[in-house]
Design a protein around this ligand. Structure first.
Ligand code: 4AD
Ligand code: MG
Length: 461
């Protein structure tokens, strides 16, 4: 049995026989001794393997190059050099697989993130992506822990659905055909039928609508799954396939919703600070000098809460020249959001009371008849990290809104049942998982925080 390198490096015991397995990061040495830095993904740190030339076949040592995979048996000893607590004096080395230095693309240090995106299938083997994906895991675990500790149930909304939660337009359509005998066009190409077993369906843009059915039965639920948006936007903040966490709570009003969103984000950031320090320290050194300071700053104080109307007034009074116009009724663009967060308030803010025209049909209408109880959470460097609302619980008002914006009332009859029968005030929000990971890792492109990013023209691997 192997011991993970993270455990070996933390071992209190030395002069014991151990087995380590992993991939070679670097090899150096002279004709008497070879030093191999071995990594197995359990930590950003490598363990040093010391192989004395006299004990090993020269051919074997030659084949041990960057990227090769090894099984090493030896003695764990205190390391004479200061960079590491322990090292392994190798007795036996088995080469699982060589990695031809002429062909293995991760040879030299210091590849650009752009280059690594072209080899997304191999980049988890780099220090940067090891750190990012370990943090991504820690955040996923913390999300489940947070909600489980609060008595929320993990709820599975469907991926394939006939409804359009956000009414945002572009969706991925799901088609079916018999693979052994697909319909063909006159030119002989596969003719993709426009339906899912004779019903038009798409990949979900959000699990919220089905999540509301969970909340109005189980009380408090959360979804955590992949969601899809077919918008053709090439930005550092948008993916066509992203993961979303959507808590939905019966008996919560918009203020309860904001309290939960703030507590949730602070919990996750604190979790990262307390559990991912080595990886955060590495990313800070490499990419973002202020990373941990910014994380600590964001959890130290209350998030600012303002209305959309106040936000527009601040933007107008700023005297700043924005590319997009600022006017009550228009959606805020990311330059506006970033001005508010980074230059005006200099901390996370939550904006409520948006004009109903720029928000989804399900948001609760305020008494003014003009604004809705939507809330966006805006973060430094990210912009919108959460979008949510109190939901319209009144059947008639909701139907009126659906008709106004053209949501098919008949098809959504199942959704309206939650308002027909035993309707309750309820609220929820959606946290973009990759936007959270962007914030916590300090990375600047969303393509660098998900193993296989899906963006326009990018689905090969
Ligand atoms: O603001 P959005 O569109 O809200 C909803 O989908 C609601 N149904 C959520 C709810 O109330 N249950 O999306 C929520 C969050 C955004 O704030 C953003 O963090 C993220 O999802 N998001 C994206 N992340 C990456 N790529 C995209 N294309 C994204 N679109 C939204
Ligand atoms: Mg939004």
């Amino acid at each position: 049995m192997r011991t993970k390198i993270s455990a070996l490096l933390a071992s209190q015991q030395t002069d014991i026989e151990v087995v380590a397995k992993g991939w070679v990061r670097t090899k150096r040495g002279n004709k008497n001794v070879t030093f191999i830095a071995l990594n197995d993904g359990s930590t950003i740190n490598n363990i040093q393997i010391v192989a004395e030339s006299a004990n090993f076949d020269e051919e074997l040592l030659k084949k041990i190059t960057t990227g090769a995979s090894l099984c090493v048996r030896g003695t764990l000893v205190a390391s004479p050099s200061s960079g590491q607590p322990v090292e392994i004096l190798a007795q036996q080395i088995e080469l699982y697989g060589a990695a031809d230095p002429e062909k293995y693309p991760l040879q030299k240090k210091g590849h650009t993130l752009e280059f690594l995106r072209e080899i997304a299938h191999l980049r988890p083997r780099t220090n940067t992506f090891g750190a990012v994906f370990r943090i991504r895991h820690a955040m996923a675990f913390a999300i489940h822990k947070f909600f489980n500790d609060k008595g929320f149930y993990y709820w599975h909304s469907p991926i394939v659905t006939a409804s359009d939660c956000e009414g945002a337009g572009a969706m991925f359509s799901v088609t079916t055909f018999d693979i052994s005998n697909p319909p063909r066009t006159e030119q002989g190409r596969v003719d993709y039928a426009e339906d899912f077993f004779a019903q038009h369906t798409n990949l979900t843009v959000s699990g919220q609508l089905e999540g509301e059915m969970g909340a109005t039965a189980l009380g408090e639920i959360y979804t955590f799954g992949p969601t899809f948006r077919a918008e053709n936007s090439n930005t550092p903040r948008h993916l066509a396939e992203f993961w979303m966490i959507e808590p939905e709570m019966a008996f919560y009003d918009i203020d309860d919703n904001m309290d939960l969103a703030e507590e949730f984000l602070k919990y996750l950031i604190n979790y990262a600070l307390n559990n991912c320090d080595e990886d955060l320290a590495f990313l800070e050194k490499m990419y973002d000098n202020d990373l941990r300071e910014r994380l600590r700053f964001c959890v130290a104080d209350h998030f600012c809460r303002i209305t959309y109307t106040e936000a527009i007034d601040i933007l107008k009074a700023s005297g700043k020249k924005f590319e997009f116009p600022v006017s009550w009724g228009l959606d805020m663009q990311s330059e506006h959001e970033r001005y508010l967060v980074e230059e005006h308030f200099k901390k996370p803010i939550m904006v409520t009371g948006y004009p109903k025209e720029i928000k989804s049909f399900y948001m609760k209408l305020n008494d003014d008849g003009k604004t809705v109880r939507g809330m966006d959470v805006l973060f430094p460097k990210i912009g919108e990290i959460i979008g949510g609302s109190e939901r319209e619980a009144d059947y008639d008002t909701l139907v009126e809104r659906m008709v106004e914006v053209g949501v098919p009332v008949e098809e959504m009859s199942w959704y309206l049942d939650s308002r027909r029968f035993g309707t309750v005030p309820h609220s929820g929000f959606g946290l973009g998982f990759e936007r959270l990971i962007l914030f916590v890792t300090g990375m600047s492109n969303i393509r660098d925080v998900i193993p296989f990013p899906r963006t326009p023209g990018n689905a090969a691997f």
